[in-house]
Design a protein around this ligand. Structure first.
Ligand SMILES: [Zn+2]
Length: 501
């Protein structure tokens, strides 16, 4: 993350320009059945066109019926994003032709969306900030095209309607985001919020897609002119399908737009596509922004009157509340609490292991474990809380040093990464002989080292501090990190001062 937004190209942004970003985020709601029919949404491991029926295939004469659970999920999202739910909202037909859209229209919401005027707090580039949410609406996912023989020049294309009719929620922000990093933080916070609500599973492939609007304007221009004005022109990057992709696409686009501005060229307001494999955006052939979808109310569905229902919905604890609770209940630092609550699975894991010692657990989960998992591109769900508790207990009871604990953790994670059954930490400590050396053992090693390095001992007695550091290093090497450097330092001083040589 930091490598992208910290790239020289991004830092080169001049002081009197600012980046204006707005996002449209589509997330699949994690219901059991589709939005308007009873077909199962669990299609990812099955063959193409096996989760379809006359309704989601759009056959003539079929009638859609709204999935109650999907509406409930959407209302939870609207409430969690502090939106106002409209007293009456309705579904509309968005008409266009594309092979993945079997009906010739998509059932979406247009001028009467489910909810409007919300907000989400995020960690901005200059402290906490509020990103306003323009609207939240529901729609159905189209099918999926499968290009055979390479995506650039496919020999032929197949269509799979298993995805057609999966409930989506679309969330549109005001252009309040000012950098690719803020965009990434907004998405992380949004994902966490949706997962806390139990309405979204970010692990499912293709469950999130983002369109990003971006322009670079003279500082203050946006505040003076507001939304909808052209200014220097803006770009809409369509269909980015990963969190990292959003940050990369925006960073690339900033460089491209800045180069145009520097050369005095006017930026056309246009649609572009992000090519994930190359990390670039390319011009779109179609002028999608100018397309007229001829929206009209869906005649087969009644309007939704759900604002009363929304008021009765009780939300679970959300990330900000859990953040505060972790600080109060477990004494976590602000940053540890933020890291631990930023992902539902991490928060739940921490609560399972915190009983050993909340502070030790916070440091070891937030700093060590997450770093090691990230390095292996591994999910915390793979790690057994009971194994982690065992590791923390050995640390707390001083059986192993910090250094050895990291070694044990790495061994276990490597075993898991290879798909093996992992060892229990205590077994691993015994096998690798990592238990802390007892003090008498330490004295023996110190004696060995002082005998081997009489010059260093003499230097120490002559008041040269670096000689002590050298001797500590030698002892650490011989004990392979099984002792605390602090203990070694203290014991060495004692022996050298009193025992003398
Ligand atoms: Zn169906």
């Amino acid at each position: 993350m930091s490598s992208v937004s910290g790239s020289p190209a991004f830092k080169a942004l001049e002081g009197d320009d600012e980046v204006i970003i707005g996002l449209e985020v589509h997330c699949q709601l994690d219901t059991r059945t589709k939005l308007f029919c009873g077909c199962s949404t669990d299609y990812r491991d099955d063959g193409p066109n096996t989760h379809v029926c006359p309704i989601c295939l759009g056959l003539p004469g079929s009638l859609p019926a709204v999935n109650r659970k999907a509406v409930e999920f959407a209302l939870k999202v609207a409430k969690a994003l502090n939106c106002r739910v409209l007293e009456e909202s309705e579904f509309s037909r968005k008409n266009y032709f594309y092979p993945d859209l079997n009906k010739g229209f998509q059932i979406s919401q247009y001028d009467k969306p489910l909810a409007v005027e919300g907000w989400l707090r995020i960690e901005g580039d200059n402290g906490e900030k509020t990103v306003r949410i323009t609207r939240v609406h529901m729609e159905e996912d189209p099918g999926r095209l499968v290009h055979k023989g390479g995506a650039d020049r496919p020999k032929y294309t197949l269509v799979d309607y298993n995805r057609a009719g999966i409930p989506l929620i679309e969330m549109v922000t005001e252009p309040d985001i000012r950098s690719p990093k803020e965009a990434r933080r907004f998405l992380n916070k949004l994902r966490a919020t949706l997962e806390y609500l139990g309405v979204f599973d970010s692990e499912k492939e293709g469950s999130l897609r983002v369109d990003a609007n971006i322009s670079i304007q003279p500082r203050g221009w946006f505040e003076a002119h507001g939304k909808g004005m052209e200014g220097r022109g803006r770009t809409e990057i369509k269909n980015i399908s990963s969190y990292k992709g959003v940050e990369k696409a925006l960073t690339f686009e900033i460089t491209r737009q800045k180069n145009l501005i520097r050369r005095g060229q006017r930026l056309e307001t246009a649609t572009r596509h992000f090519v994930e494999t190359r990390g670039v955006t390319t011009a779109s052939r179609s002028k999608e922004m100018e397309q007229d979808y001829r929206y009209f109310p869906e005649p087969d569905l009644v309007p939704l009157r759900v604002s009363d229902w929304c008021e009765r919905i009780v939300l679970p604890e959300l990330p900000d509340a859990r953040h505060n609770r972790f600080m109060e209940e477990y004494g976590c630092s602000y940053n540890h609490a933020r890291t631990l609550t930023g992902d539902l699975r991490v928060a739940e894991f921490y609560e399972k292991v915190a009983a050993v010692d909340p502070r030790i657990a916070a440091t070891w989960v937030a700093d060590t474990l997450l770093g090691e998992l990230n390095y292996r591109d591994m999910n915390i769900a793979k790690v057994s809380p009971s194994h982690f508790i065992e590791l923390l207990q050995m640390l707390r009871e001083d059986v192993i040093t910090d250094k050895s604990a990291v070694e044990v953790l790495r061994v276990i994670l490597d075993q898991l990464a290879e798909g093996c059954q992992c060892e229990a930490p205590s077994t691993c400590v015994a096998r690798l002989n990592l238990a802390k050396t007892a003090d008498d053992g330490l004295d023996a090693v110190i004696e060995e080292v002082t005998e081997e390095h009489p010059q260093a001992v003499e230097d120490f007695h002559n008041g040269r501090k670096e000689a002590l550091n050298f001797l500590v290093g030698q002892v650490m090497r011989k004990t392979r990190g099984r002792v605390d450097p602090g203990d070694v330092n203290r014991r060495l001083r004692e022996i050298l001062s009193h025992g003398g040589t």
